[in-house]
Ligand binder design. Structure first.
Ligand SMILES: Nc1nc2c(ncn2[C@@H]2O[C@H](COP(=O)(O)OP(=O)(O)OP(=O)(O)O)[C@@H](O)[C@H]2O)c(=O)[nH]1
Ligand SMILES: [Zn+2]
Length: 374
């Protein structure tokens, strides 16, 4: 209990403090060293001289950044994190403030002192990562991406809608737009894949060896696009066609060129700027085999399946939407022809994989995919 005496003392103390502060100001005017100068040295430098940078690669605590006006021939800036960043991670796509030596000269090292607020965050749970003690670690793959380009071949290897569905969930969860990029259209038609996604109005482009890529370039212009795809789908072929050699050097030399393919989860490559168009970036993800979704809730997972969302309105509260939940509304929704049974099966497969029942390293084929097996 605080008595009147105590309260008086408190008020008294407050007044004393206020008086002291006023004296402080006068001290400042008289520039008296000692006590009054101490708070100033504790004040963090505001880094008003900092320059903007865009993180294009991350490797062993070194961040490769480009400055806004840099041309393809300008060397990138290598930076480290400043201590004041604390535990905040810096990832490819981050817009940062740089101080120190931002010349890009050999051996020069700048410091990242601020990270701008992220427009979007693409995450994955690294549940396929045996190198971590935790086994499952949520990782930010890319910051500030606008678009997830899901690269899938129409044949050789056959399309895997399970993988595409997983990517769609990751995109919706990150709040970025998906774009389906169907390669090897010279080998097979897109009908089966497009039929599976009829309800989604999913934007897509078809790519053949002789395509001029104009439609794809238009969709990439002025945006940060992350490319994901299984091995062999033609992702490297596509990136090489979109990004000329000279533009590729920057990120590749700093990150991939050191022969550490698997440890590098992402690298941003600049797209050539068409006359009158805004610049854009492709983020290649050589080390990302799939998107572990353990960090995504069952409800968020459903947002990757907009054709199923309405089917859950009659579900009991906290319905897990699993096949053994007798009252789940999704079975009736599909039985009534409102959605494709393959979509529900795919959703439930992803639900199961989240709780560790699935193996993300297995090719994620859904029944109905070519060569899907039984
Ligand atoms: N028929 C056909 N073949 C293609 C096309 N695009 C790429 N390929 C071939 O498919 C094979 C795999 O292409 P890559 O670009 O290496 O595939 P990737 O997805 O980068 O695979 P990784 O390098 O293993 O990640 C190569 O032999 C390419 O020449 C295409 O549009 N049509
Ligand atoms: Zn349900």
């Amino acid at each position: 209990m605080v008595g009147d005496g105590d309260r008086q003392e408190l008020t008294c103390g407050g007044n004393a403090l206020a008086t002291k502060r006023r004296e402080y100001d006068e001290d400042d005017v008289r520039v008296r060293p000692g006590r009054s100068s101490r708070p100033r040295t504790r004040t963090r430098p505001s880094h008003s001289d900092a320059v903007d940078g865009f993180v294009i690669a991350v490797d062993r605590g070194r961040y490769t950044c480009v400055l806004p006006d840099a041309g393809p021939d300008d060397p990138p800036v290598t930076a480290m994190r400043a201590r004041e960043l604390g535990r905040k991670s810096v990832v490819v796509g981050d817009r940062v403030a740089l101080v120190g030596d931002t010349s890009g000269a050999a051996g020069a090292l700048a410091r990242i002192v601020r990270i701008a607020e992220r427009r979007s965050v693409l995450r994955r749970t690294a549940d396929d990562d045996e190198s971590t003690a935790e086994g499952r670690l949520e990782r930010v793959v890319v910051a500030n991406a606008d678009q997830l380009v899901i690269v899938s071949a129409l044949a050789d290897p056959p399309p895997r809608t399970g993988f595409i569905d997983r990517c769609l969930v990751a995109a919706y969860d990150a709040g970025i737009e998906p774009l389906l990029c169907l390669t090897k259209a010279d080998l097979a038609g897109p009908e089966a894949v497009l039929d599976y996604y009829t309800e989604l109005e999913l934007p897509y482009v078809l790519v053949r060896p002789d395509s001029d890529l104009a439609a794809l370039r238009a969709l990439l212009a002025g945006r940060i696009s992350v490319m994901v795809g299984h091995s062999g789908v033609g992702k490297s072929t596509l990136v090489n066609r979109l990004v000329p050699e000279a533009f590729r050097a920057v990120g590749t030399v700093s990150a991939i060129g050191r022969g550490r393919h698997t440890s590098t989860s992402a690298v941003a490559l600049p797209l050539p700027v068409e006359p009158g168009a805004a610049p854009g970036w492709i983020v290649d993800t050589p080390g990302v085999r799939s998107f572990g979704l353990a960090h995504v809730s069952a409800d968020s997972l459903l947002h990757g399946f907009p054709d199923l969302v309405e089917g859950t309105v009659d579900c009991p509260a906290n319905c897990p939407h699993t096949p053994d939940e007798a009252d789940c509304g999704l079975d009736a929704w599909v039985a009534a022809g409102k959605a494709d049974a393959r979509r529900l099966a795919s959703y439930r497969r992803l639900l199961a994989s989240r709780s560790g029942e699935g193996d993300t390293r297995e090719p994620e084929r859904n029944p109905g995919d070519p060569l899907a097996g039984s």
